[in-house]
Design a protein. Structure first.
Length: 416
């Protein structure tokens, strides 16, 4: 990139930042701060992309100090005032780059940095996966849930199990860390989820396993809300006598994942992964118990609904795979596990809410929250071994993931 082109790009980003700064007071006065935060995040994404493009092909000469400083100063954080101050810091950094140009400092004169330091800021190129990438498997039951997860990944490749299962592996990068994500469409029911989960864990040997999908709401939740499960009741376990006597089986998410889910439930960061803020009221994240069995509960006057409310009164949602999934992950001591569900119906009127597209909306919300957890999860790189990518997909379909972000500050109640 020539000096003139670099100056043009910097001037454009400075002008955009100055416009945002001017809009911030109006945003506060007229209650438009959520929209302003969204615009701020887009400005940050565009600015970092522009800075990296300036040094394309000159990785050894890239001034990582300035780019890292911009990333830190302009990352979304705890509240609106913090972001407003972050915008000022980002502006200062951009102006310092302009000053360096005016002093005739060429890219080749900048301090040399090892190429490996740049890799954490760039997506891995096609056909390769970073050897330091942490492995994660994400299971879904439905095709629409699978597609919602897939939309967050880049560099998709096909991976086949020796016994014929066909998976996809993609890359997700955030906060200087890369994840090699294998996605599995397991089908419905706890038994299928357990079998498919056990098989893919043996094949991939991941550090993290997630089950992401939709569920019916039982209490406290509304359409589009998200529930991260602390535990999942296997509600069909029991003794069938004249009266059914439940003998509850319980699968539990791991402590580290529950704690990260609680932290992210208090913030709005995950909403930025939806590609645009949803309409008010914004969806809330709950962290608490859910129930799973092989029956579709489709009416509040059904005997099974009455049984669930009476026996598992703290369950926020009901689904069909979470218990089997957690039973399988429990057998793998080193795997961090969590079930994340978006609420697609409230039991009554399930056909109507499905027709209105709430399954797709709920799946998108659950996926966005799941990937926000991955973006913030602190695990040592040594949690798994090197990754061997599969053959490149002929479609070349590599949807973009959202940019990395830092904490904001809002969320729903935590119920357990």
């Amino acid at each position: 990139m020539s000096r003139e082109q670099v100056r043009t790009v910097l001037d454009e980003q400075i002008k955009a930042a100055e416009d945002l700064a001017a809009q911030s007071d109006l945003a506060v006065q007229h209650g438009g701060w959520r929209d302003w935060i969204f615009l701020f995040s887009r400005w940050r994404e565009d600015t970092l992309a522009a800075l990296r493009a300036m040094y394309q092909g000159d990785e050894e000469a890239l001034d990582l100090d300035l780019i890292t400083r911009t990333a830190e100063h302009s990352s979304p954080s705890y509240d609106f005032p913090y972001r407003r101050r972050a915008l000022d810091s980002g502006l200062e950094t951009l102006r310092s780059l302009v000053a360096r140009l005016e002093l005739a400092i060429e890219p080749e004169d900048l301090p040399a940095r090892p190429p490996t330091a740049v890799a954490q800021h760039r997506p891995a190129p096609p056909h390769t996966t970073s050897p330091t990438a942490l492995r994660v498997v994400i299971l879904t039951a439905l095709s629409l849930e699978y597609k919602a997860v897939r939309a967050h990944l880049t560099n998709l490749v096909e991976d086949s199990h020796p016994q014929g299962n066909v998976y996809e592996q993609g890359q997700f990068s955030a906060n200087g860390r890369s994840w090699a994500v294998t996605i599995v469409e397991a089908g419905a029911h706890n038994a299928n989820a357990a079998a498919q989960c056990e098989r893919v864990i043996q094949h991939v040997k991941p550090a993290v396993a997630l089950f992401v999908g939709v569920a019916g709401g039982l209490k406290d939740v509304a359409l589009g809300h998200v529930v991260a499960a602390t535990k999942v009741y296997g509600y069909e376990s029991g003794k069938a006598a004249t009266v059914f006597h439940p003998r509850p089986e319980v699968g539990r998410s791991t402590h580290r994942m529950i704690e990260r889910a609680r932290a992210e439930a208090r913030r709005d960061d995950w909403l930025l992964r939806l590609g645009g803020l949803p309409s008010e009221p914004l969806p809330t994240v709950f962290v608490g118990p859910i129930a799973a069995g092989d029956k579709v509960v489709a009416a509040t006057d059904a005997p099974m609904f009455t049984f669930l409310k009476a026996t598992y009164g703290d369950a926020l949602a009901v689904e069909m795979e979470g218990y089997g999934f957690l039973e399988a992950t429990h057998a793998s001591d080193q795997v961090q596990a969590l079930v994340v569900r978006g609420i697609s119906d409230l039991v009554n009127g399930k056909s109507d809410t499905d027709s209105a597209g709430w399954q797709q909306i709920a799946a998108r919300h659950a996926s966005a929250f799941a990937f926000e957890i991955l973006a913030k999860l602190d695990l040592p790189v040594a949690s798994n071994g090197p990754v061997e990518p599969g053959p490149r997909l002929p479609s070349g379909d590599t949807p973009s993931s959202m940019p990395d972000s830092k904490p904001v500050g809002r969320g729903g109640p935590s119920t357990e």
